[in-house]
Design a protein around this ligand. Structure first.
Ligand code: GDP
Length: 266
């Protein structure tokens, strides 16, 4: 059971219970039928909130997660515990991957429940049809490493075929490819050719700024400021792997959403 920041904040109990049940049902059924390999999916949002950066695979259990998604985080951490126990007791190759923020075609574009990129793509689509402004939640300052779902799918298949450790592996773009929520919103605005109402505002710290139809609602939560992850382990295995450039991946996702608006999950 997954969701964006705002769904996590509302349903910590459900995230904990459903994921713990899924973990145990899937892993124990896999064990009972003699499955050779299981690859479970964790997330970089389950890491400790107070930490040093970059985060790496050894740090999952080093401290409490961010309060916004503790239900999801603790449940997902238990997959790592369970994988180690199945290996110790029965020699199973059950492992886990840890992707950063995933986006792409067929995502959940629901504004309340979904993650930031699909949520903003949907909002820009509506703002364009209504002639209204785009509201980005929070300050726009938090930073995220986004991974395109097609790149992640390629890496998943590699993990399934070639990666034989029980220890988890982070699947992420490099630290240098981390972007702010504001920059991510700008990439969507550019890809969808959005040009809303222009307003001018003044802030004592930032000075005069021209607002091309994009507003920030700082009454909404920013969530975790950043969770910069290291992809050194992945790079040691796959030094040549090429990630789709962020702007190209955003453009392809926006085009998919516009072309498939009626059927898209929203
Ligand atoms: P997270 O990476 O686990 O925190 O989850 P999200 O993908 O939901 O990203 C949350 C970040 O994006 C926070 O900093 C939010 O304030 C910001 N944000 C800005 N606009 C939106 C929006 O429309 N939807 C969501 N989910 N987050 C938004």
């Amino acid at each position: 059971m997954v969701g964006g920041l705002f769904r996590n904040i509302k349903y910590n109990l459900d995230f904990w219970r459903k994921n713990v049940h899924i973990n145990d049902n899937v892993l124990h059924s896999a064990f009972e039928v003699g499955t050779h390999k299981v690859v479970s999916c964790l997330s970089t949002c389950i890491f400790p909130d107070k930490t040093t950066y970059p985060i790496d695979e050894t740090m999952i259990h080093n401290g409490p997660p961010h309060s916004s998604n503790f239900g999801y985080s603790y449940a997902k951490r238990m997959i790592d515990v369970q994988n180690r126990a199945y290996f110790q007791q029965h020699g199973c190759t059950f492992t886990a991957v840890i992707p950063t923020n995933v986006f792409g075609p067929h995502d959940n574009f629901n504004i309340e429940d979904g993650h930031v990129l699909p949520g903003l793509i949907h909002k820009v689509h509506l703002a364009k049809s209504n002639g209204s402004a785009l509201t980005v939640w929070g300050t726009g300052k938090p930073r995220r490493q986004f991974i395109y779902s097609l790149d992640l799918a390629r890496l998943f298949i590699w993990v399934l075929r070639e990666y034989n450790e029980v220890e988890p592996i982070i699947l992420s773009v490099g630290e240098e490819d981390e972007v702010s929520i504001k920059e991510a919103a700008e990439a969507i605005v550019e890809a969808m050719d959005f040009c809303g109402e222009v307003t001018v505002s003044f802030d004592f710290r930032d000075g005069l700024s021209l607002d091309q139809g994009v507003q920030f609602d700082s009454t909404k939560s920013d969530g975790q400021y950043k969770k910069t992850a290291s992809n050194s382990k992945l790079r040691a295995y796959l030094p040549e792997f090429r990630f789709t450039p962020f702007k190209q991946a955003v453009k392809e996702t926006c085009t998919w959403f516009t072309d498939n608006y009626e059927q898209a999950r929203k």
